[in-house]
Design a protein around this ligand. Structure first.
Ligand SMILES: Cc1cc2nc3c(=O)[nH]c(=O)nc-3n(C[C@H](O)[C@H](O)[C@H](O)COP(=O)(O)O)c2cc1C
Length: 354
């Protein structure tokens, strides 16, 4: 067994790195490139029955911002602090064409000891259930169900942002009852109840929970005084890593160590993947960094991840939750009287030392 191998429910991945769904995984060649980079799995660009979702892709707009909220050029060598704001849509292919392509890619993935994972975004539940059955019948080995997009409030009826655990249970149960293959559920992070949403997904038969989807943001342009790209936007970036890690750790604490969690939102490189695993993830998805900078980001992340395992003499499986399980509560921490004074710029050094 290689040091990188890891189990996610019934699925054994050759390594925990997963190329997460976005525009670079619409075309078969994009998926093939990601598979050839050596990842354990690729989640293809999502689909559903909604024509408006397809139309939305053709109206999609994307921008890159720096740490001062200024637009910067969209180039692969953009600074590490660059992050993406956008309005995205669903794959432009028909469901039938998407299904045929994805099934073929999963056959090719199998030959590389990897997976091409189907991805459905819920709009109408009955249609989702029907599509899930077809995904299984086409021979696909894993389905990721996205119920946590940032956009539902801005694109009603096209995608979902489920924030109520009872609705999560209802949706996941309906899909679970329709298929036997592993079902991974991607949930929203725009909630103070992320662990409850995860619990609801597991209760309903989800085999892994992917946390957590990007957030909805709004960025005024100080020059034009208008919103960037005209609307609220999906936002995420390197700065989201601590939030994802928190939800992983909190979910692990609430659900126990045997409920597989998958990280998404904030991974830029191999050490970020390590961070997510230490926080409790069994596998880690990487999306916008790959869309922006190209597939080489996946191979270098994998290299960085494996070099870390080597350096620490540890296996991927042994990383999962190590930091999360050492997390204390504030009340557990020792008294540090007046420690705060060291951190206030305007308090003079002499008085800090008193
Ligand atoms: C342009 C764009 C398109 C995306 N499309 C999808 C999609 O079709 N299905 C899906 O489940 N997630 C989609 N996502 C979300 C990503 O898979 C991922 O969860 C999110 O970008 C956070 O991870 P990251 O920091 O690695 O980008 C998209 C994200 C972006 C930026």
């Amino acid at each position: 067994m290689s040091k990188s191998e890891i189990s996610v429910g019934r699925t054994v991945l050759k390594n925990p790195l997963i190329a997460g769904s976005a525009e670079h995984l619409i075309e078969a060649d994009g998926v093939r490139r990601a598979l050839r980079a050596g990842v354990g799995a690729v989640v293809v660009k999502s689909t559903n029955e909604s024509e408006r979702g397809r139309d939305q892709l053709q109206r999609a707009e994307y921008m890159l911002l720096d740490e001062a909220w200024r637009e910067i050029p969209w180039t692969p060598d953009a600074p590490a602090t660059a992050f993406m704001a956008c309005r995205s849509g669903l794959t432009p292919q028909s469901f039938e064409a998407w299904l045929e392509q994805t099934a073929q890619l999963d056959v090719e993935a199998k030959a590389l000891d990897a997976y091409a994972i189907a991805s459905l975004i819920v709009a109408d539940l009955a249609q989702t259930v029907a599509m899930a059955k077809q995904v299984e019948q086409a021979g696909l080995r894993i389905l990721e169900l996205n119920i946590g997009t940032p956009y539902a409030s801005q694109a009603k009826g096209v995608v979902s942002t489920e924030l109520d655990p009872e609705r999560v249970t209802m949706i996941v149960s309906a899909v679970r009852q329709a298929i036997g293959i592993p079902l991974w559920v991607k949930i929203s992070g725009q909630s103070e109840r992320v662990p409850d949403l995860a619990a609801a997904a597991f209760r309903a038969g989800g085999e892994a929970v992917v946390m957590a989807g990007r957030s909805l943001g709004f960025i005024p342009d100080v020059e034009t005084m208008a919103p960037f790209l005209g609307t609220s936007l999906g936002v995420g970036g390197y700065w989201n890593l601590p939030l994802t890690c928190h939800w992983l750790a909190a979910s692990r604490q609430q659900l126990g160590p045997d409920k597989p969690l998958i990280a998404t939102n904030g991974v830029q490189n191999g050490l970020d993947a390590v961070r997510m695993m230490l926080a409790g993830a069994s596998a880690v998805e990487m999306s916008s960094a790959v869309m922006l900078r190209g597939t080489s980001v996946l191979s270098s992340a994998l290299e960085g991840f494996e070099a870390y395992l080597q350096r620490k003499g540890i296996t991927a499986a042994e990383l999962v939750g190590v930091a999360a399980d050492q997390r204390k509560t504030f009340a557990d921490m020792p008294l540090r009287t007046d420690n705060w004074k060291k951190y206030v710029a305007d308090i003079e050094q002499g008085s800090r030392e008193k």
